[in-house]
Design a protein around this ligand. Structure first.
Ligand code: B12
Ligand code: SF4
Length: 502
């Protein structure tokens, strides 16, 4: 029977493929807080909310639950989404669905970036679902759905519905997610954000954001909330005059719900914006710093980071009350042997505890990809989708062996217990006061207990662990929970480095 042949009532199984063990999977940290995954699949939950009421929906996030034969036999259609790092699991799931005769509909960044790699998918509903899903649903109803649906532009977010939170068990996740904007005004040549989401930041209204937060709070959520924007400060005026004042108001009388997000380095230039963000409840921000080497920044067109004192910028944000997490890249043509040492010194001095250092990769669709293809410098491999696994699809100018040697030296250094814990201390010394009212709950207490055993007794970092805790207790007792969290992150990052890089 063709899809749609069962009439308007339809069982839709939404499936989120598995992440391998990566830097961002936080697999080894999640064990301490007994969570199954770091973040829920926001894209699929948003798509689920766009389906007609007559569609009965069930979601299986394979990172949390297993996909059973019962799920597959219940379903009329399977909807699969995900990103490049989930490619292998997505392939397996699609094969399993097809073997049971299920029609597969796929969308999201993995499929939008690599549609040709998924011939076996019945219907590729690509780009933003707000633009392509309605045509697919209309054709499905008429019994003639096409193989591929694409959009030429970008949608406004005013009509994007709140994600269908009822489909997930929030307690399985370490953090919830919310999206305020899509797109980034900058133009870094290795980045596919602008290819996928454009340059003009498109915003949800204050009312939409508050309604989504209310849903999470009313469902009992009190833990972290990730604003998954490509660049949260893409429209500073709206933030300062509308969204942040509304978030400050929303927070009154509430506990928990600490926010974190991603932004560009020019956040450091705006004291008022920093102050408002901290008052609104943000405690961390991820910044793409990429390189302390100005020539490499010119090469990749990350011009907004050039000619600045990047360490001072990081310290400014830390003093305002934000933990800065940093993204770094090595393997630019302008990088030399000294870049590796320069990067180590930069990371250590800055007190950036979570430093995501990756090899330069060229995602399809980016200007970097086109440039290197023309120069015949692309390797015959697909990008793994994990930019901290020591792989690349580029033939680097300094040679892959030299690059890998330098890369290993960075990762071995910054994640060794001695230097990692030293960085945590540098950061805690600098950090200004957070404005969020968080309580020591049972979960935090148990995490402390488990880390005491795993890191403080069994771990090779035990000396550094107890020293950090003692130092924090004496000098900054309010930050003890954060010190424990960072010790646990360090354990995860070390495990990942040992598995993939060292
Ligand atoms: C949050 C996030 C993460 C979270 C993941 C949380 C999670 N469980 O999803 C974390 C921090 C773990 C993460 C990690 C990484 N991420 Co990430 N991440 C994002 C980010 C910022 C937001 C994702 C999101 O929730 N968006 C909101 C939802 C509503 O949008 P969406 O998922 O795109 O869904 C829309 C459409 O795609 C479509 N859609 C989605 N699914 C489906 C399914 C079907 C069936 C259909 C029809 C449509 C559809 O409809 C939705 C509504 O329009 C995106 C950028 C972005 N703006 O999306 C990057 C992004 C997804 N990440 C990316 C990358 C590369 C990474 C990393 C390698 C590191 C890095 N450089 O960022 C790692 C890899 C993961 C790993 N474990 O190692 C790339 C993926 C590129 C690709 N080709 O796959 C993106 C697009 C950013 C970029 N650089 O371009 N990431
Ligand atoms: S600032 Fe970040 S999101 Fe924006 S284009 Fe550059 S790398 Fe991409």
């Amino acid at each position: 029977m063709p899809p749609g042949g069962k009439g308007p009532d339809m069982n839709v199984l939404l499936i989120y493929p598995e992440y391998p063990d990566t830097f961002w999977s936080f697999r080894y940290a999640l064990k301490f807080i007994r969570k199954k995954a770091a973040y829920p699949p926001l894209g699929l939950l948003t798509v689920a909310a766009m389906l007609p009421d007559k569609f009965h929906r069930r979601l299986v996030d394979v990172n949390v639950d297993s996909l059973t034969d019962d799920d597959l036999s219940w379903a009329d259609l399977a909807f699969i989404g995900g990103m490049a790092v989930q490619r292998a699991s997505a392939k397996q799931i699609i094969a399993r669905c097809k073997a049971t005769g299920l029609k597969v509909i796929a969308g999201g960044p993995l499929f939008t970036a690599e549609p040709d790699a998924f011939e076996e998918v019945d219907h590729l509903v690509l780009d933003e679902a707000e633009l392509t899903l309605p045509s697919f649903l209309a054709d499905l109803k008429n019994g003639h759905p096409k193989k591929i649906y694409r959009a030429s532009g970008f949608c406004e977010l005013h009509h994007t519905p709140p994600p269908a939170w009822d489909l997930v068990e929030m307690k399985n996740y370490a953090s919830m997610s919310i999206q305020f904007s899509r797109g980034c005004p900058f133009n870094c040549d290795f980045c596919n954000v602008t290819v996928l989401f454009g340059h003009r930041p498109r915003l949800k209204s204050v009312q939409q954001v508050i309604a989504e937060l209310d849903r999470m709070y009313d469902a009992g959520w009190r833990s972290n909330i990730f604003f998954v924007d490509d660049n949260f400060i893409g429209n500073k005026r709206y933030l300062k005059t509308r969204l942040l004042p509304a978030l400050i108001e929303w927070r009154k009388g509430k506990t928990g719900c600490v926010f974190f997000t991603e932004a560009s380095i020019n956040l450091a230039d705006d004291e008022d914006l920093l102050d408002l963000m901290v008052k609104a409840g943000f405690d961390s921000v991820f910044i793409g710093i990429e390189s302390p080497n100005d020539d490499s920044l010119t090469e990749c067109q990350k011009l907004q980071n050039k000619g600045r004192n990047l360490i001072d910028d990081v310290k400014t944000m830390q003093r305002a009350g934000l933990q800065v997490q940093g993204g770094f890249i090595v393997g630019f043509d302008s990088d030399t042997q000294s870049t590796f040492r320069q990067l180590i010194d930069f990371i250590q001095k800055s007190g950036i505890v979570t430093a995501m250092v990756g090899l330069l990769q060229a995602p399809p669709g980016t200007r970097l990809f086109d440039r290197l293809k023309e120069d015949n410098r692309l390797l015959d491999t697909m990008i793994s989708g994990d930019n901290v696994d020591g792989t690349t699809n580029i033939n680097p100018k300094m040679g892959l062996d030299q690059l890998m040697k330098g890369y290993r030296s960075i990762m071995g250094h910054i994640y060794s217990p001695k230097h990692y814990y030293r960085r945590v201390k540098i950061f805690l010394k600098e950090l200004g006061n957070s404005k969020v009212d968080t309580r020591i709950d049972l979960q935090r207490f148990l995490a402390f207990f488990r880390s005491g055993v795993r890191l403080g007794i069994l771990g090779k970092e035990r000396f550094h662990y107890w020293y950090l805790l003692a130092w924090t207790l004496v000098r900054k007792p309010r930050l003890l929970p954060l010190a424990i969290t960072l010790a646990i992150y360090g354990h995860h990052f070390r495990r990942i480095c040992e598995m993939h890089i060292l």
